[in-house]
Each structure stands twice: as C-alpha cells, then as structure tokens.
Design a protein around this ligand. Structure first.
Ligand code: SAM
Length: 242
C-alpha cells in the first residue's frame, strides 16, 4: 500500500522536526502493526492513516517545541497504552532511552511486538502500575523527562509521575485545551509532591483544528516516600482534593 506523507512532513516542519526516510518507514510500519493488532484488541478508535498521523503521531511529538530533547537521556511514558507519546518520540529522537509503562499486560505485549519489528534499541516496555513501579529504586528519580497522555487528572497524574523524575527534571502532561481548572486543582498536589508548575503551553496542531495543551512541571524536591500512595488511591482520591 502507498501512503502519502506530504501534509505530515509539512506539519512536522512547523514543530521544527524532519523525519528521515528510515523514520518514516518506522512510523508507517508502526501504523500497520497498530491496525493489525487493533482487530483483535482495543488499542485505538482512530484507524484511518491520515488521522493516526495527526491525532497520534503528530500530537505525540508536539512537545518538541517546548522541551530541549538534546538534553534528554532517559524518558518514561506513564500509561503509554498503544505507545503514545513514547514510541513516536523514540522514532523521532533515537538517542533517547525510553521506558514505556502500562498496567495492561496485553498492551505491553503489543508494544514489545512493535519494538521488535521496528528494531528499536534502548527502549523497554514494562507491565505495572505507576504507583508500584515508582517505588522501585531502579526507577525512582531516574528520568530527565516523564510524559503522559490521557491517563488521569493532573493531581493524580502528578502523584504517578513526579516520583520518577530526577531533581531538576521535567514532567510533561499532554492535555486538551480546557486545562485551567485542572491546573488550579492540582496546585496543592504539586506542593505536597515537590513539583513546580513552569508553564502551560496552549497550541493548535499545525494545519488542523485540534487544540492542545502541554503542562510543564519541574521536579524541585525529592518526593516524600509517602508518595505515590497505594495503587488505586491517587486516582480515587487525588491529592489536595480528598
Ligand atoms: N497514553 C496513551 C494514549 O494517549 O493513547 C493511552 C491512553 S489510555 C486512555 C490510558 C492508559 O493508561 C491505559 O492503557 C491504562 O492501562 C494506563 N494506565 C491507567 N492507570 C495506570 C497506572 N496507574 N499505571 C500504569 N498505567 C496506567
């Protein structure tokens, strides 16, 4: 099958990105594996090629404008699902070492198939809940950047994500444009967790009508060992909103 990437290339350029031919092949193969597996399990409701390019791939790499990726060595994607945003970021930035985390094992099996077929190096998919993995020494305060898209409200997500981040590192939450009240409600959680809100970037995906935001939080202090609380609690009783 032939795929037309002309519009996507132009959209990437507007984020200052340019995919090599090898990267484009990897993205196309990723799309094919995603839609094959999607026939037997629920990975995405978006299956049209052009829509996957925009709503998954372009959205995943939209952070490029706001984070200096040459300084990122280790990245963790919490609640990656079918690999968003972690896999497109790994394809566009092959130098980064990526850990994909998801609490559903069948999604991790899919991710391992993608990693194998695309021959991606320095990337691992781990099955587990963020609340449990964040307590392990090998993951705690180890990452320059933690990303997460469509997983939980910002207060809960901060409790999942900040413990993974190095001091001075960044937690970036991919959100819809309607984010102001969620940011407001997460302020107490950020204070308790030692994170500091740096910026809320609001933008449109180039040449689309889709509005997005990325919330940028810096990990300022070593998070208390109390956090994250037991699995399930951060989601049910978001910090500062109990
Ligand atoms: N990030 C992907 C995306 O944007 O398409 C997936 C979003 S999906 C709506 C949420 C994913 O987060 C699911 O795959 C779910 O299994 C995972 N998840 C939810 N809570 C989690 C937790 N506490 N730890 C790890 N994964 C979690």
């Amino acid at each position: 099958m032939s795929y037309n990437l002309a519009k996507f290339r132009n959209q990437l350029l507007q984020f200052g990105l340019c995919a090599t031919a090898d990267m484009e092949h990897q993205l196309i193969r990723y799309y094919e594996i995603l839609t094959e597996w999607n026939k037997i399990m629920n990975l995405t409701t978006i299956t049209d090629f052009d829509e996957v390019l925009e709503k998954h791939f372009l959205d995943s790499v939209s952070i490029a404008n706001y984070v200096e990726f040459s300084e990122i060595i280790r990245l963790i994607d919490v609640g990656t699902g079918a690999g968003f945003p972690g896999i497109p970021l790994k394809i566009l930035y092959p130098h980064i070492n990526v850990l994909l985390v998801d609490s559903l094992n069948k999604r991790v099996n899919f991710l391992n198939d993608v990693i194998g077929q695309l021959q991606l190096k320095n990337i691992e998919a781990v099955h587990g809940r963020a609340e449990e993995l964040a307590r392990k020494k090998e993951y705690r305060n180890q990452f320059d950047l933690c990303v997460s898209r469509a997983v939980a409200n910002l207060a809960s997500l901060s409790e999942y994500c900040l413990p993974f981040v190095k001091i001075g590192g960044i937690f970036a939450a991919y959100k819809s444009i309607e984010i102001d009240s969620e940011v407001e409600q997460s302020k107490k959680a950020l204070c308790l967790l030692g994170g500091e809100l740096k910026d809320v970037k609001k933008f449109e995906l180039p040449d689309t009508e889709y509005s997005r935001s990325i919330v940028i939080i810096e990990n300022k202090e070593v998070t208390s060992k109390k956090y994250p609380r037991k699995a399930g609690i951060p989601g049910k009783q978001p910090l500062g909103m109990e």
